[in-house]
Design a protein around this ligand. Structure first.
Ligand code: DGL
Length: 274
């Protein structure tokens, strides 16, 4: 297998990163993916940097054993806490979702007022604010942690669900008062309730989905490094492989509800051994 034909490693704390994998499949359809969801240790959102870094290093070691040519940290919390270290420690490209989201938010805002929603870890890391203000120090960033969104999405209480709508009103009510014109969906799960978030925030607020932006950044990076796969995928090939640390069946069930094809099996692996 040439370097160009090798897969992309994508990881997340669980199912959420499938929203990023889905964007990669849509936007760079010739690329193969090895996905790892850390379903035994999810959620990452309330854990310390030290713990997230340890978990992320194990996952990267596992993905590298699968001969990936690049790694995408699909989880916002892990991107916020571990991207710098993982990029420095690896001789293949490692990208996260936070930078792409920050970049597009800067290009989108007209009134220099940007909101960010995410897990407690992502918001308290302050990384979105830091990256946005590195690009444009005039932009004011207002962060809000929304920890209940992830379980609601995983419960399948997505768009049109009255309870999710009420929780969204409660979390985002104060953001609505802050006159933001751009809102970053800074957590893997949030694009799956995008329409409720959009209804609550109103038409004047543009929603930024870092998952899509990351896929575009990855495509450009692979092109620059001459690592894009130019060969069409084989008709009978299953180009994507899925691994988890626990509960493979419920992972596959969720994956099948959001991916455009059926996952036959997700394999459980002993991630603590890596
Ligand atoms: N994947 C996480 C993120 O994007 C959300 C779920 C979790 O807390 O682990 O931050």
């Amino acid at each position: 297998m040439t370097d160009r034909e090798k897969p992309i490693g994508v990881f997340d704390s669980g199912v959420g990163g499938l929203t990023v994998a889905r964007e990669i499949m849509r936007n760079i359809p010739k690329e193969r993916i090895v996905y790892f969801g850390d379903t035994a240790r999810v959620p990452y959102g309330g854990k310390s940097k030290e713990t997230i870094l340890r978990y992320s290093r194990q996952i990267v070691r596992f993905l590298r054993s699968q001969e990936v040519k690049a790694i995408v940290i699909a989880c916002n919390t892990a991107s916020a806490f571990a991207l710098e270290e993982l990029s420095a420690e690896n001789d293949i490209p490692v990208i996260g979702v936070v930078k792409s989201g920050a970049k597009v938010a800067c290009a989108t805002t007209k009134n220099n007022r940007v909101g960010v929603i995410g897990t407690r870890g992502t918001i308290s890391s302050g990384l979105y604010t830091e990256l946005i203000q590195e690009i444009n120090p005039q932009i004011e960033v207002i962060g809000k942690a929304c920890p209940l969104f992830c379980p609601l999405v995983e419960e399948n209480w997505r768009n049109d669900d009255p309870i999710t709508k009420e929780v969204t009103e409660r979390y985002l009510g104060e953001l609505r008062e802050k006159d933001i014109d751009t809102l970053i969906l800074g957590c893997t799960h949030y694009p799956l309730i995008r329409s409720i978030i959009g209804q609550v925030m109103g038409e004047q607020v543009t929603l930024v989905n870092p998952a899509y932006e990351t896929a575009c950044q990855l495509r450009a990076l692979l092109q620059d490094l001459h690592l894009s796969n130019n060969q069409p995928l084989q008709k009978d090939e299953q180009p994507h492989r899925f691994y988890v640390s626990d509960a493979a069946e419920s992972f596959s069930e969720f994956a099948n509800s959001i991916l455009p094809f059926e996952i036959r099996d997700a394999k459980k692996i002993p991630i603590e051994e890596y």
